[in-house]
Design a protein around this ligand. Structure first.
Ligand SMILES: Cc1ncc(COP(=O)(O)O)c(C=O)c1O
Length: 380
């Protein structure tokens, strides 16, 4: 009898159905070996395994799970989100034109305007929340890649994946989506026309603030994807075997953690949108957010666990609020089970334009009432 198609939460909980045929173990092992043996005739015992800078058996389940959750053709895990993202650009050619948003993860923006530009990429910033502007800026035949982050870090801007995919493809370019904030729980960019989806797996996929990792999933296993794969091998941006194991373990609870985080984030956004000390709540789940209609169209089951608050009184008020918090942890990063808060202008270069009254919140799995009460007492 053909098994029934499994829901994503089931695939994740079962780590795509691993079971050990020798011992019956239900948790996959860790493979620390860096090298793989040949037989007397100099043939690799397993033709797919040569050296662990190319691959590791511990990637199989996590890459297969990502491929299934994203509805792609293949996935690769990397040593960080940044190494996954940079592989996408390094697989292009010097002289290629790429379009990126004006606001997205600052370290990638910096790398593109510094190293990648010196290498020869022509990087142009266009507001990807406005497809008409992208359509006007894209150069058919010359623009090779359109990069979007949705929801974006840290302003929570929304890009219309389906509309941008059409514009990109019409011009012969690829659309790559950094879906770190959305997660595969709420969005599958490949089903909307994107060519590649990227995650900082450090965040929600792992979910416990104890692994640095990245991932890419492709819609088609073509020559470009083979160059991306080769890049990981040549540069050696491979994930450690223990980190791969931790990542898979974290992903098993993804469909429990993320919906809870999104529910709490919405409760926080609603609560603080009318608070006198708050100037604006940036959260795509609010009807007042400029990207709400697009977010509602392309995200399902929630709008993610990230929101930003702009407080009245600028940086001094933002920092004073943070000082009084007792539950929220003052730390960078996001997507873990514990709630984190960060004054982004303190860590991003000033050229990025992040307002100094902005606090970015990563909502954890604590009781939402406790999280709201802690912020309220800190706001006085
Ligand atoms: C949206 C987004 N993309 C990419 C990255 C980079 O990921 P990593 O820190 O795993 O290299 C981050 C890190 O904060 C991020 O927030």
């Amino acid at each position: 009898m053909k098994p029934a198609a499994r829901q994503p939460a089931t695939l994740a909980a079962h780590a795509v159905g691993f079971s050990d045929p020798i011992h019956g173990a239900i948790v996959p092992p860790i493979h620390p070996s860096t090298t793989y043996e040949r037989d007397e005739d100099n043939q690799l015992i397993n033709a797919a395994r040569l050296y662990s800078r190319a691959d590791n058996p511990g990637y199989d389940a996590v890459e297969s799970l990502l491929t299934q959750l994203e509805h792609g053709a293949a996935s690769l895990v990397f040593s960080s989100g940044m190494s996954a993202a940079t592989a996408v650009f390094l697989a292009l050619q010097p002289g290629d034109h790429v379009i990126v948003p004006p606001v997205f993860y600052w370290a990638l923006r910096n790398w593109l305007s510094d190293w990648a530009t010196r290498w020869g990429l022509k990087v142009e910033a266009v507001d990807t929340a406005q497809p008409a502007l992208v359509a006007a800026a894209i150069r058919p035949g010359t623009t090779k890649l359109l990069w979007v982050e949705t929801p974006a870090n840290p302003n929570l801007a929304i890009a219309d994946i389906a509309a941008l995919a059409e514009i990109a493809h019409h011009a012969g370019a690829r659309l790559v989506v950094d879906s770190t904030f959305a997660t595969p729980v709420h969005s599958q960019p490949l089903t909307l026309g994107a060519d590649l989806v990227m995650h900082s797996a450090t965040k929600y996929l792992n979910g416990h603030s104890d692994v640095i990792a990245g991932s890419l999933t492709t819609h088609v296993d073509d020559d470009y994807w083979k160059r991306v794969r080769l890049m990981r091998n040549q540069i050696g941006t491979v994930l450690g075997p223990f980190e791969a194991w931790l990542l898979l373990r974290g992903m098993r609870t993804l469909f429990v953690r993320v919906p809870a985080q999104s529910r709490s984030a919405l409760a926080l956004a609603e609560n603080f949108s009318s608070h006198p000390a708050i100037k604006t709540v940036l959260y795509p789940g609010l009807a007042s957010h400029p990207g709400h209609a697009v977010a509602a169209k392309q995200m399902h089951g929630g709008f993610g666990g990230m929101l930003s608050l702009r407080v009245n009184g600028g940086a001094p008020a933002a920092l004073a609020l943070m000082r009084k918090l007792q539950i929220w942890k003052r730390a960078t990063s996001l997507g873990g089970v514990e709630s984190l808060i960060e004054h982004r202008a303190s860590v991003e270069p000033p050229a990025g334009g992040t307002p100094d009254d902005l606090l970015r919140l990563s909502v954890g799995i604590e009781d939402a009432g406790d999280l709201i009460a802690d912020l309220e007492q800190a706001l006085g």
